[in-house]
Design a protein around this ligand. Structure first.
Ligand SMILES: Cc1cc2nc3c(=O)[nH]c(=O)nc-3n(C[C@H](O)[C@H](O)[C@H](O)COP(=O)(O)OP(=O)(O)OC[C@H]3O[C@@H](n4cnc5c(N)ncnc54)[C@H](O)[C@@H]3O)c2cc1C
Length: 597
């Protein structure tokens, strides 16, 4: 059975020593979040995740969800009770607005807790995660009446939520949406159509489920300009917010799938179901996309979370499993063989995952802090800069962390040898669960195109220039610092390559857009390396300062510095490979005619 220990210490180090969260005390909700309170909240969340959710992870995988003849769905044994405890703990609305019953804590804190929840039990964590997504959409675009009716119950967890975009003929290209909405005299709409692959579409955890559905109002323009967003509750709420009549929406079936078995992935049938428009007619996609940054950040965290729990188990196994002797001579002469952790190739696997996870966690928390600034700052310029950062970093976090997170679960499985392939150890479940994060919420190829095609040129390249300026200034200011140069110098090299790649696109993609399309995934990963390399510089700087202060954290900080060095020496140089591929252009990628495949 796999185990999990939430990385509370690492989050505290990142928030306190690396990102100096106290500097954000001017933002609403931050001054109240003292270090003691943050540590207490993280500690409680960790306990819940370790003691309640982790043991249910295997149960959920084995049992899956069951659909009954009446269309109802039962979640795996123990999920209902765990969900009740999650609600009682107030975890779902930890950083939701106080006016709707949330606790108003910084988002960065709920993002950290989000990692713990997913590491412990990804399938379970998706139920509250989707409710948070639905609440965010209603908060950003709903009318005052809709907010008052739905938000308190979504935020408390009394009701759950879903996002209904995908249909059999379209996932990426939502312009092909066929679900119809017919206007009714009372201002409501009748929604008719079929949505597929809807996570948490039906379940027994809550008394009501609020579906957010994309549909086309009769007579609307074709393509993406004719899509609107609707609230379609499973039970129609009465005016005073109680659960009313059953709506004409039902779960037709649940999918059999590779992983996240504890989460119900549903075909949802809308048979003239009553719904209400959110935001303006035909602006449904825009409404969905304004909350995509948050949702995609959440999926990026899934990649990190599974990489972390897989790492923890692989590291523990490597210290126990005996095989062969160290190349430099036996280390445990009293034992019949040395534990495999003595072997450099096993170390390579563990270090690759660890060096990625620690920087990815920093990147996620740094960006979550920007989200707090974008939503809470009173200064319009600050808000804009933070929003620029979020827009630029979202496809990088979603695409890079889920690609690498999945790869890391495979690497961690490799550490177990054949035992990793056997279900008993739980490693193959991490691989299966992690895989979906590369696909949903915009497949990773689409993230790369979003980065290259939309985010780079947006506002004349303002966000990109700001990022380049920040990293360049850091390199300039710290390059001469002997203690930091092992981290800063390789970052300078990688940044130069990223700038060359950007220039190459400017010169070669306008004339032939395939050059951008063929290089976009490499560009996204090159960008990710630079962003993670920058995180390692900030971490190393904080670790040096903390070691110098001599407050008893020196072993942990020495480990940080060594791990960051591994990243700088052995992972960051992949930037040159990405640049070479980008510069090769699209010619060989596109050379074959379609019939040749
Ligand atoms: C377990 C699970 C849970 C899900 N949960 C939800 C949910 O809750 N709500 C919801 O609405 N949907 C959900 N989805 C659907 C998911 O978001 C889609 O499957 C995903 O967006 C991809 O769409 P698609 O499957 O139609 O693939 P397609 O759009 O057919 O894409 C196929 C491949 O082609 C590539 N591609 C497509 N267009 C382009 C292009 N223009 N340029 C380059 N490459 C391109 C894609 O990157 C992908 O690799 C879920 C799916 C699964 C499997």
């Amino acid at each position: 059975m796999p185990t999990y220990k939430a990385p509370v210490d690492d989050v505290m180090f990142l928030l306190g020593d690396v990102f100096h969260i106290d500097r954000y005390n001017n933002l609403p909700g931050f001054a109240e979040a003292t270090p003691d309170l943050i540590e207490a909240v993280l500690g409680e969340a960790a306990k819940f995740c370790e003691d309640v959710l982790t043991p249910l992870n295997r149960v959920g995988d084995k049992e899956g969800c069951r659909r009954h003849d009446d269309g109802s769905v039962t979640t795996p044994t123990g999920f209902k009770d765990a969900y009740r405890r999650l609600v009682e703990g107030g975890w779902i609305g930890a950083s939701a607005p106080v006016e709707f019953g949330g606790q108003g804590l910084p988002r960065v804190l709920s993002q950290a807790i989000g990692e713990f929840l997913v590491s412990a039990n990804m399938a379970f964590a998706m139920y509250p995660g989707l409710a948070q997504g639905a609440a965010a959409a209603i908060f950003a675009h709903g009318s005052a009446e809709q907010k008052a009716l739905y938000l308190p119950k979504l935020i408390s967890g009394q009701w759950a939520g879903t996002m209904n975009l995908t249909e059999p003929q379209c996932g990426t290209d939502l312009g092909l949406t066929r679900t119809r909405a017919a206007a009714q005299p009372d201002g409501s709409y009748k929604i008719t159509g079929t949505k597929i692959f809807i996570s948490a579409g039906e379940h027994d955890l809550t008394e009501n489920i609020i579906h957010l559905v994309l549909a086309r109002i009769e007579g609307a323009p074709a393509g993406t300009k004719g899509i609107s967003l609707f609230i379609v509750p499973k039970f129609l709420p009465t005016k005073d917010g109680a659960r009313g009549a059953r709506n004409a929406v039902s779960c037709g079936s649940i999918e059999e799938k590779m992983g996240i078995h504890g989460n119900s992935t549903c075909v949802m049938n809308y048979d003239g179901a009553t719904g209400w428009l959110v935001a303006e007619q035909n602006r449904g996609l825009q409404a969905m996309f304004t909350m995509m940054n948050e949702a995609r950040l959440g999926v990026g965290v899934q990649g990190l979370a599974l990489s972390e729990v897989a790492y923890q188990n692989a590291a523990a196994y490597a210290k126990e499993r005996l095989a062969g002797r160290a190349l430099t001579g036996a280390k445990f002469k009293d034992k019949p063989a040395d534990p495999i952790i003595v072997h450099p190739d096993v170390r390579r696997m563990l270090m690759e995952i660890r060096a990625f996870n620690e920087a990815a966690r920093a990147l996620v928390l740094w960006t979550a802090l920007k989200s707090d600034v974008a939503h809470r700052s009173g200064d319009a310029k600050e808000r804009q800069a933070a929003d620029d950062h979020m827009g630029l970093m979202t496809p990088v976090i979603k695409g890079v962390i889920t690609d690498k997170g999945f790869a890391n679960t495979v690497t961690a499985q490799q550490v177990f040898g054949g035992h990793g392939y056997i279900a008993e150890h739980g490693m193959e479940q991490f691989v299966r669960d992690a895989r979906i994060a590369m696909i949903y919420e915009g497949a990773n190829g689409i993230q790369a195109l979003d980065l290259v095609g939309r985010k780079l040129p947006k506002d004349g390249g303002r966000a990109l220039q700001a990022f380049f300026a920040e990293v360049s200034a850091y390199i300039k200011d710290h390059g001469a610092d002997a203690a930091l140069s092992p981290y800063v110098k390789p970052l300078g090299q990688a940044l130069g390559e990223l700038q060359q790649a950007t220039m190459w696109f400017m010169q070669n993609a306008l004339g032939n857009p395939d050059n951008a399309g063929a290089g976009s995934t490499d560009y996204m990963h090159l960008f990710g390396l630079v962003a993670l390399g920058y995180m390692w510089c900030l971490i190393a700087e904080a670790a040096n300062a903390k070691s110098a202060a001599g407050n008893g954290a020196s072993d942990r900080m020495a480990a940080k510095l060594a791990t960051g060095r591994f990243f700088a020496e052995r992972m960051l140089p992949a930037s040159a490979l990405h640049l070479a591929r980008i510069k090769a252009g699209a010619a060989s990628t596109m050379a074959l005619p379609a019939e040749a495949f």
